[in-house]
Design a protein around this ligand. Structure first.
Ligand code: SF4
Length: 485
């Protein structure tokens, strides 16, 4: 059995994922999404650019033959080669598990090792803008294996990240963490303990085991599918024997409120969330009346529904979609304000400003804070005067905030997709999403295929229309609760 650096990385993201990687049925995995493939390609391209600054040698060995790779790497280190790319580090633990890793670079440094008056230290190259702890742990894993091969610990190891270059990692801080994680993972692998499912959007979204795990979680009505149940709260609910939807729906909020990490607000909301899902019924949020008083939901003869498509990797907002709804004339018209090239971002921004100023009193509905944050960023970038931006921001109404403070819905999470779908809206392209739009835009830049732009615009328009549906549903719900806004 092999314990690779990738397995340790996946273990940090989700224990179950590492287990499935080792023991799962590969036919239950789904192929990586276009977005995941794009991330991989971008990472490789970044690595290629960084490696161009080094004169490296790569060990030659049959693909997948790790012992041969380790032997070839050892020989390069014995020869004192200055820089080794994709060397293989390998050792076997006392249980017979083979630990293996392959740092992006091994760099020769002065110091004493079994080779003589030199030793090696690893560098990993990451596309990330931050030195994430999970990457520091993997770097420390390289050092741990390297020490067994060269008989010496390097003082420093390096992470090379985007925009910031090389950062030294504090190995004394990360070593105990890495050892603890490694010991846990070895135990799971040796004892073949399958960790329980826990569907968490951040870690599951890009996981290729998602369909498999989600199917099981749905069949079990697993509590991780309930908004507000975090891993730490779930552990406490387990201690209280509250592990089913029914049990949580019938729980007394005052009993939950005293538990660590809960409090009366969260306890109330969790129990009501469980009740909403159990009975497939929307429920008013406990603070609906006060929220509606403080943040009235406007209704206007003309309303604008706004959604941005962006490429975070380029820090680029490439599409401002605006749906103009004229309630009096009963018409609606969608305006896709598109930067066909990244350098056209300023033009699309100005077109957006011109359009929204055509309707100077219309409220601008959007979903989540990203739209207002992007308005602020673009205003700063393109020197839009405050007397233009401030009134614009004042017209923005975040419907995500409205939904999460106004109503408890029988859904698994409060994304626009799930909310609007529950309200009866269907996207014309059922496979489209924000990550896919990023891939389409990247492909458009490479190929010039206009069909890709059409797909983005169609998806963006549907996001605007879904936002409209949410607004109308909320208005009706408020009336049903006899709340005037
Ligand atoms: S889908 Fe989620 S729970 Fe399942 S293995 Fe992947 S990250 Fe873990």
């Amino acid at each position: 059995m092999l314990l690779t650096a990738q397995l340790l990385l996946n273990y940090q993201r989700c224990a179950r994922r590492a287990f499935l990687d080792a023991y799962g049925d590969p036919s239950q995995k789904v192929p990586p999404s276009d977005f995941l493939l794009k991330l991989g390609q971008d990472a490789l391209e970044h690595q290629r650019l960084v490696l161009a600054n080094y004169t490296w040698v790569r060990p030659v060995y049959p693909k997948g033959d790790w012992p041969a790779g380790a032997q070839a790497t050892l020989e390069l280190m014995q020869q004192g080669v200055e820089q080794i790319h994709q060397g293989v580090l390998l050792t076997t633990d006392e249980s017979g598990l083979v630990l293996v890793s392959s740092p992006d670079l091994l760099v020769k440094q002065p110091g004493l090792s079994i080779f003589g008056d030199w030793l090696y230290t690893p560098i990993d190259i990451k596309l990330s803008k931050r030195p994430k702890l999970e990457y520091q742990i993997i770097l420390t894993f390289h050092v741990y294996l390297l020490a067994t091969m060269q008989g010496a610990w390097p003082e420093t190891a390096w992470l090379c990240i985007r925009d910031k270059g090389q950062l030294a990692i504090d190995l004394w801080q990360t070593l105990p963490q890495m050892q603890a994680l490694l010991a846990e993972l070895i135990l799971i692998l040796n004892q073949q303990q399958e960790p329980e499912i826990f569907i968490a959007r951040n870690s599951c979204n890009l996981c290729t085991w998602f369909d498999h795990c989600y199917g099981i979680a749905q069949a079990e009505q697993h509590l991780s599918l309930l908004p507000g149940v975090t891993t730490s709260r779930y552990a406490i609910l387990q201690q209280q024997n509250l592990t089913t939807l029914e049990a949580l729906a019938q729980a007394e909020p005052t009993q939950l409120a005293v538990l660590p990490g809960f409090g009366s607000e969260i306890a109330n909301k969790l129990v009501r969330q469980a009740q909403a899902v159990m009975h497939n019924q929307p429920l008013p949020h406990p603070h609906l009346a006060s929220f509606a008083t403080n943040f009235p939901l406007p209704t206007s003869p003309i309303e604008l529904y706004f959604d941005i498509e962006a490429e975070p990797g380029l820090n680029l907002a490439f599409l401002h979609g605006v749906l103009v709804v004229d309630r009096q004339q009963q018409t609606d018209r969608f305006h896709p304000l598109l930067a066909e090239r990244p350098e056209d971002e300023a033009i699309a921004w100005q077109q957006f400003l011109d359009l929204v100023h055509t309707y100077p009193t219309a409220p601008i509905f959007h979903f989540c804070a990203y739209e207002t944050q992007t308005i602020e960023r673009l205003a700063q970038l393109y020197h839009t005067p405050p007397h233009v931006v401030k009134p614009l921001l004042a017209r923005c109404v975040d419907l995500h905030k409205w939904v999460t403070h106004g109503v408890i819905l029988p859904i698994e999470n409060y994304t626009l997709k799930l909310i609007a779908r529950w309200m009866g809206f269907e996207w014309r392209d059922t496979e489209a999403n924000g990550a896919q739009a990023i891939c389409w835009y990247s492909e458009w830049l490479k190929t010039g295929d206009r069909q890709l732009l059409e797909s983005i615009i169609l998806y963006n328009e549907d996001d605007c229309r879904a936002t409209w549906q949410v607004k109308d549903w909320l208005s009706v719900f408020l009336q049903s609760q006899q709340i005037t806004s």
